[in-house]
Design a protein around this ligand. Structure first.
Ligand code: HEM
Length: 402
């Protein structure tokens, strides 16, 4: 395995995707994320899916329909789970919030029982993904494989139902991801393979679940630890809140004004990228930096190490959102929380909107402190707060419009 921990290495891998290298996952992951449809090769499958997905997940689609949905859901979530509580276990809450939002946006699931069913399944998959890969009855790994099949079946059921609604022309105008995908597939004149679509939506739900929730954890941790950073975010968000009429939802224009808050998110992602790195495999023999790389050789690129390199980020351990002012990091491929090239995370815009909408709502309604001031976040092997990040809440007395 070749470890690449710098900007040049990232650039090499990202710009040689599907030429000299391709994506590779350890077989333990491949079992959990196996595609039961398997009608086309993985790379064809990914490219075609990205094309179908782009109007929904790319900024245009998200701006047009979904910022308001995200805002409404976030307000409801805080009302239901945060108000009238003195403390919340933030990691748990962030996962619940991210999943509920993903289920609404992707699948239009609102029923609390259905939501808890999905949450139970996804929790088991997530906790088995990095467990000892012993595929024996009753282990966490075995359970993750079983639950991933169950989740794909559940999503397929929803797809079948949407297909019926589409044929009966009884769909609401505001559509979830699945309806969009089915319609785009019909428009392409292609036959819909329900298993393929279910498999991809499963990937999106899992992608959103751990990554967005862990980014929220690091943001909330830093906002508790650094009062001057919190105050700057608060000022920016209150200015936006005050400019709106009572009950008016956030718009794309509002999100564009959240420049300082976005720099805070970028800095949290620099110090604690939820995906520390992924893998590639050599498709053919080639020479890299004077070394012969044989076909089949594995590479690991590492965002965590690249982001803490003082050549690119002076005083790399300091939390300093001003690094992202102006054009941000100057060395190409030195800042790669979402990867790069053909495999750049397809959910990056969704993540951006989701994180900013959450920050707006939580900061305009609450200040908070860590119950355990010294609590750290660590990679074990995925990013987690060691005690679940309990926080003590202090609701603001002013409302958004005062
Ligand atoms: C802060 C949040 C997120 C971060 C930091 C993040 C980061 C990443 C990274 C580093 C990769 C791997 C790229 C590679 O191997 O080169 C990836 C892949 C992926 N992400 Fe995200 N992600 C986030 C949120 C999301 C969201 C919200 C979704 C879904 C809406 C999503 C869906 C995916 C999918 C489906 C892939 C696999 C793409 C492929 O194999 O071609 N991610 N993400």
């Amino acid at each position: 395995m070749v470890m690449l921990c710098n900007a040049e290495g990232n650039k090499f891998l990202f710009s040689n995707e599907n030429k000299l290298v391709e994506s590779w996952w350890p077989s333990t992951f491949a079992k959990i994320f196996a595609n039961p449809g398997k009608t086309i090769s993985l790379s064809e499958d990914t490219l075609r899916f990205r094309k179908l997905l782009s109007p929904f997940i790319k900024l245009d689609g998200l701006q047009k329909y979904y910022i308001g949905v995200m805002d409404t859901k976030t307000k409801q979530f805080l009302q239901q789970h945060w108000h009238n509580r003195e403390t919340v276990m933030f990691h748990h809450m962030a996962k619940k919030y991210t999943l509920e939002l993903g289920c609404t946006m992707f699948l239009n699931i609102e029923d609390p029982q259905e939501l808890s069913k999905f949450q139970r399944i996804i929790l088991k998959i997530s906790s088995g993904m990095y467990a000892v890969p012993l595929n024996v009855l009753g282990t966490r790994y075995w359970r993750a494989i079983r639950e991933s099949k169950k989740l794909q079946k559940e999503i397929e059921k929803i797809i079948k139902q949407r297909n019926i609604e589409i044929l009966a022309e009884s769909l609401p105008t505001e559509q979830d991801l699945i309806s969009h995908l089915i319609q785009e597939t019909h428009r392409d004149g292609e036959t819909l393979n329900e298993a393929d679509v279910a498999h991809k939506v499963f990937g999106l739900l899992m992608g959103a679940y751990d990554n967005v929730s862990m980014t929220l954890v690091s943001i909330v941790k830093y906002l508790a630890e650094l009062p001057e950073v919190y105050d700057n975010v608060f000022r920016e968000q209150m200015e936006i809140a005050r400019s709106k009429a009572a009950g008016e939802l956030l718009t794309w224009g509002d999100l564009q004004k959240m420049k300082y808050s976005w720099n805070v998110v970028c800095e949290a992602l620099r110090l604690w990228p939820p995906i520390v790195g992924t893998f590639r495999v050599a498709k053919t023999d080639f020479i890299y930096e004077g070394f012969l790389i044989p076909k089949g050789c594995k590479f690991h690129w590492n965002a965590g190490a690249t982001h803490r390199n003082s050549e690119y980020f002076p005083n790399p351990e300091n939390f300093d959102p001003s690094r992202f002012e102006g054009n941000g990091p100057t060395v190409p491929f030195s800042y790669v929380p979402f990867g790069g090239g053909l495999r750049l995370c397809p959910g990056n815009e969704y993540a951006r909107l989701n994180l900013l909408v959450f920050i707006h709502n939580v900061v305009t309604q609450f200040k908070w402190e860590k119950v355990f001031p010294g609590e750290e976040i660590i990679y074990d092997p995925i990013l987690i707060p060691v005690k679940g990040l309990p926080i003590r809440l202090f609701p603001h007395e002013v409302t958004n419009h005062e």
